[in-house]
Design a protein around this ligand. Structure first.
Ligand code: FAD
Length: 681
């Protein structure tokens, strides 16, 4: 792989470790993410990075999310009241449990579909904070599907036009969006999911500057939420078949399918995707062949960059919805537990059901705290890297645990067809996959928050290892000959190159910069040590937190600071291999997620009433327990054993040798496609 000058350190490290496929894909995705950074031009480093590497954020900053939540509280009333009126009249859902046209008309009259669209385009000019309040309240009251629809409409839908559309595109399409015309964003294809830069749909430019769109077969757009006949869509497609650039085109979909005939030289089909989640919403598979697009439909930006830009708000809205869903679960489960007589009296009297209810409420508070903190950080021009990702993973994870907890309180009735608890299940499962799959974005989050540290302090070290993998003629060595970790085993296998690399480490001044970092940080931690004897109340920083929550806030901050050492030692241990070591990175990501969540909850609940502070105290304790259960450095040997066992299973599956699968035919996939032929290794 030839390395472009602006290739990210992560992609370079992957290439150096011999993983060319991942290096290429990561480099392409990083480029799109960098475009978003340039557009947003944040004025402050991300809060997660500062919590780990310093300087610590102020108390006012940590409590800014709670202030936002208070300021928007109540503004959602008109839309939510209209929607609940429709629900009470029994007209919100159709007989086949889909959102009804009557409900859509009712909320459209309150400008719900153009809520965050500026008034100049017919919208309500509301902030994303206000939208979060709507999302949460709808999901809390059994209208989660409407919240899903509005989120798609206003984040990846209208959000893409507002941020990247030109004046003509905004004037043409935003008023339609504000009226309630559904708007979708179409990136995913039958053959391409998370690896967004690999999409195959393409446009061919015509001599008059217009385009023809081809999204055929495996390049059909799949699972596109809000895509419906007559709706609007921002659709991502490669410019030219196999072209390097990914364009984005805003179009109005035809009101009906089109087949090629005397009147039409193109095809279009919009069909239900058949997915069994988001079942109350429009969700479609789209086919285009030679489909005409005007020159004016092209949005002047990279399609994946636009998606990444919009996803940051999408993730905040998903967290707000997750908060609402969990409050709904807690409401229904607590009502049941009060009514239902279990062994020895009402279910609610017993400790385990109470713990489960506490988990639902705590998960709701966690999702709420993170959603509003992220939104305020974004509004304040802070880099959202790190926080936007863990906000989503924490909210989706907590929501799924709450679903489980709810099932254990409600028993069989949690599965009653048509109940809102039962209906919530698939959507809450899906929250872990849409807007970025949780584990992938957690690992991306670790990369984002450590990138500056790696660039500044570790890249000279990695450079030395890379140079150990170059042959005397300067070409790269074969993968089997590569050194990924300098240590005893590399000394035994490749003594000459290992000793040379160690010698370089000793004499290269650039590498010593990490020693300086080490000493400075070790001394700073040593100086902090005696302060641990003082109670939290001795520090102005923690006096701003409600007394029962102080020790959790302090614990979370201390442990987040110590995670910089965890990352340092992981880097020293794994060296170049860390590019492939997903298990340690995912575990570190979970540690960060739990601790930042704990801190956010403490600050969010400090100004709330005592019932909320009690929920916060339980959730903070549960998060602390989870954090303590994850062993990263202290479990390095065990983790290596796990990784070896995982590698062995992967290899046996690749070779088709796992006998537990003998005698079982795999089921055909929905929406099949032809996998690319594997290259010989
Ligand atoms: C109901 C629904 C609504 C949706 N709405 C939209 C929409 O409106 N617009 C749109 O464009 N898309 C939409 N999507 C698509 C959604 O974003 C994708 O499902 C998602 O991006 C994952 O793609 P995939 O399901 O094809 O997974 P795949 O790409 O096939 O991946 C399968 C699994 O492999 C994992 N994986 C892949 N690579 C790695 C790696 N290097 N390391 C570790 N794990 C890896 C992934 O994390 C994933 O869990 C929707 C999907 C659903 C189901």
């Amino acid at each position: 792989m030839s390395i472009a000058p602006d290739t990210s350190t992560a992609a370079r490290a992957l290439a150096a470790a011999g993983d060319q496929d991942s290096a290429r894909d990561v480099a392409a995705l990083d480029l799109a993410a960098r475009g978003v950074d340039r557009k947003l031009a944040p004025t402050r480093l991300g809060i997660v990075e500062r919590l780990m590497f310093g300087p610590a954020p102020s108390v006012a900053e940590l409590q800014s999310g709670a202030a936002l939540a208070r300021s928007v509280s109540g503004t959602e009333h008109a839309i939510v009241a209209a929607a609940l009126g429709s629900l009470a009249r029994g007209e919100a859902f159709t007989a086949d449990a889909r959102l009804s046209a009557a409900l859509r008309r009712t909320v459209a009259a309150e400008k719900a579909f153009g809520y965050t669209v500026p008034a100049a385009f017919g919208g309500a000019s509301a902030s994303y904070g206000q939208l979060a309040a709507v999302e949460e309240a709808l999901a809390a009251n059994g209208l989660g599907p409407l919240a899903v629809e509005l989120s798609g409409q206003l984040t990846i839908g209208a959000g893409s036009l507002l941020a990247y559309g030109d004046e003509h595109q905004r004037r043409t399409f935003l008023p339609l969006v504000a009226e309630g015309r559904p708007m979708a964003f179409g990136l995913t294809e039958v053959g391409v999911g998370v690896n967004a830069k690999k999409i195959q749909a393409h446009v061919e430019e015509q001599p008059d500057g217009s385009y023809r769109l081809f999204a055929e077969g495996a390049a059909n757009k799949l699972w596109i939420t809000n895509a419906v006949h007559g709706g609007l869509i921002a659709i991502a497609a490669r410019v030219g078949r196999g072209g390097a650039g990914i364009g984005l085109f805003i179009i109005e979909l035809p009101a009906a399918n089109v087949t090629r005939d005397a009147a039409h030289d193109y095809e279009f089909r919009c069909e239900p995707s058949g997915v069994a989640a988001f079942v109350a919403n429009f969700n479609s598979r789209l086919h285009f062949s030679n489909f005409p697009l005007s020159a004016a439909s092209r949005i002047a930006a990279d399609g994946v960059e636009v998606l990444f830009y919009c996803l940051r708000m999408g993730r905040c809205m998903l967290a707000a919805m997750a908060a609402g869903y969990q409050r709904m679960l807690a409401r229904d489960a607590s009502h049941y537990a009060q009514q239902r007589i279990g062994v020895g009296g009402p279910v609610l009297r017993h400790e385990i059901p109470r713990l489960n209810l506490g988990k639902m409420l705590g998960g709701a508070l966690q999702a709420q705290a993170l959603a509003y903190l992220s939104l305020q950080q974004d509004a304040d021009g802070v880099d959202l890297a790190g926080l936007r990702d863990l906000t989503k993973t924490a909210a989706a994870g907590a929501a799924l645990e709450s679903m489980h907890a709810c099932e254990h309180v409600l028993g069989g009735r949690a599965f009653h067809g048509g109940s809102r608890v039962n209906d919530a299940r698939v959507n809450l499962h899906l929250f872990g996959v849409v807007e970025g799959e949780d584990d992938l974005i957690l690992m991306g989050m670790v990369r984002d928050v450590t990138q500056r540290f790696v660039d500044r302090y570790l890249s000279p070290l990695l450079g030395v290892i890379q140079s150990a993998n170059a042959s005397p003629s300067g070409t790269k060595l074969d993968e089997s000959e590569r050194i990924l970790r300098l240590g005893f085993s590399s000394l035994v296998r490749h003594p000459g190159r290992t000793l040379k690399a160690f010698a370089r480490l000793c004499v290269q001044p650039k590498v010593w910069i990490i020693d300086v970092w080490f000493l400075r940080n070790a001394l700073a931690d040593l100086a902090r040590l005696p302060l641990r004897l003082l109670p939290a109340a001795a520090f102005a920083r923690y006096r701003a937190v409600a007394p029962p929550l102080r020790r959790y806030a302090r614990y979370a901050e201390r442990k987040l600071r110590s995670l910089r050492w965890t990352y340092f030692w992981l880097s020293v241990f794994y060296q170049l291999e860390l590019t492939r070591a997903q298990i340690p990175l995912q575990r570190l990501g979970k540690c960060i997620e739990h601790l930042v969540s704990m801190l956010a909850i403490c600050h969010h609940a400090s100004g709330a009433d005592s019932s909320v502070r009690e929920v916060a105290a339980l959730q903070a304790q549960l998060l602390k327990d989870k954090y303590r259960a994850i062993r990263v450095l202290s479990g390095l040997r065990a983790m290596q054993q796990t990784r070896r066992a995982v590698a062995a299973i992967g290899a046996s599956l690749e070779a088709g040798e796992c006998s537990l699968l003998d005698g079982i035919e795999p089921q055909d996939f929905g929406h099949s496609w032809e996998p690319p032929r594997r290259r010989a290794r």
